[in-house]
Design a protein around this ligand. Structure first.
Ligand code: HMG
Ligand code: MG
Length: 308
């Protein structure tokens, strides 16, 4: 099977990762973390969310974080916005790339953003139009594409329907989320061609959480179906506080190891991502879930002890 020569990685650690941390992470540490990620070769780093601070207190310092990170040439820093209030705050802070987010599950959408799916699409229609007038880049998320945490049924047709509506309103890119990490490759094999029948493949990203250890298998299935944009988080941080049981995104280190070993280039330096993960591990005070991160840390420790 012919794999793509290169893939685009969208780093989620500062947003999806830190939104789910119970530890208080200082604004200064968030900025340092993003600045370290900016040195890795990553070209897309989702920096924070301009959502209600009551909904996500962890990212209440979005303005300060966004304005104080070192913006590296060639790196884009998209931010999440749920409504016009978030859009105005993001624009005032200088954002030039945003992401709107809805879902295929009605129950999840209600809990996450207190809107029905239709209400969210109505909200985003005006918001995306404003963003396009302001020449911003816009991503649209479709969460719970492989299953809902609340037991309501999600079908590929429902995912395609929401995706097409997001693209019709002017989104530049879609990200299809396995929010609670329940998906398996056979679902990816069914969903990606259904999406590709309506939306150009090069505009479709996959966003896998690794709750049940299926994220890399799903990523490989997506890659085999022609997808080449993947969301991941350094060390595997992450989860959605409104999706009970959701754990982190697939680790960026795991994705880089898999892709680079198969000859798919990303332009991202794995060791530099590890340095960012090492920094944030020291801040959140718990182990990280990325297996490649753990394996390389252990191997370095062995080498150091042999050398000493
Ligand atoms: P609501 O309560 O219906 O909104 O929440 P509201 O308009 O009634 O406002 C309530 C209060 O929030 C008001 O303040 C507003 O001013 C304020 P008060 O008058 O009570 O003092 N407010 C805001 N403040 C700052 N920025 C804003 C903003 N909007 C309202 N933008 C709302 C609706 C959408 C605001 C809320 O539910 C919300 O912010 N939700 C965000 C939830 C979230 O961020 N979830 C995680 C991200 S999604 C995810 O992780 C999935 C993803 O990774 C993909 C995947 O894994 O599948 C992307
Ligand atoms: Mg997520």
């Amino acid at each position: 099977m012919k794999l793509p020569a290169s893939a685009k990685i969208v780093e989620m650690g500062p947003r999806d990762g830190l939104q789910n941390e119970s530890a208080v992470v200082s604004t200064e540490d968030k900025i340092r973390y993003i600045d370290l990620l900016s040195e890795t070769g990553l070209q897309w780093i989702e920096a924070t969310s301009f959502v209600s601070p009551k909904a996500i207190p962890q990212l209440a310092d979005a303005v300060e974080v966004f304005t104080k990170i070192r913006k590296t040439a060639g790196v884009r820093y998209p931010v999440l916005v749920p409504n016009m209030k978030g859009y105005d705050r993001a624009k005032a802070a200088g954002a030039d790339a945003i992401a709107v987010f809805t879902a295929a599950s009605e129950a999840f959408t209600k809990r996450n953003i207190n809107m029905t799916i239709d209400e969210s699409l109505d909200t985003f229609r005006d918001l995306v139009a404003a963003a396009k007038r302001d020449r911003m880049w816009v991503r649209g998320y479709v969460s719970t594409a492989f299953g809902s945490p609340f037991g309501d049924k999600v079908t590929p047709a429902m995912v395609v329907d929401v995706s097409v509506k997001l693209m019709e309103m002017g989104c530049d890119e879609l990200s299809i989320g396995d929010t609670i990490g329940v998906g398996v490759p056979s679902q990816v094999d069914e969903l990606v061609p259904a999406l590709a029948a309506k939306i150009e493949l090069h505009r479709i990203a996959m966003h896998f959480h690794d709750t049940r250890g299926t994220a890399l298998a799903n990523l490989y299935a997506a890659l085999s179906n022609g997808v080449h944009i993947f969301d991941s988080s350094a060390g595997g941080l992450g989860g959605c506080p409104y999706a009970p049981g959701a754990t982190g995104n697939v680790g960026t280190e795991d994705v880089l190891y898999l892709l680079h070993s198969m000859g798919v280039q990303t332009g991202v330096n794995l060791d530099k991502v590890r340095a960012a993960s090492r920094f944030i591990r020291g801040v959140v005070h718990h182990e990280l879930t990325s297996k490649t991160f753990a394996a390389l840390e252990a191997s370095d420790a062995r080498n150091r002890s042999v050398a000493s």
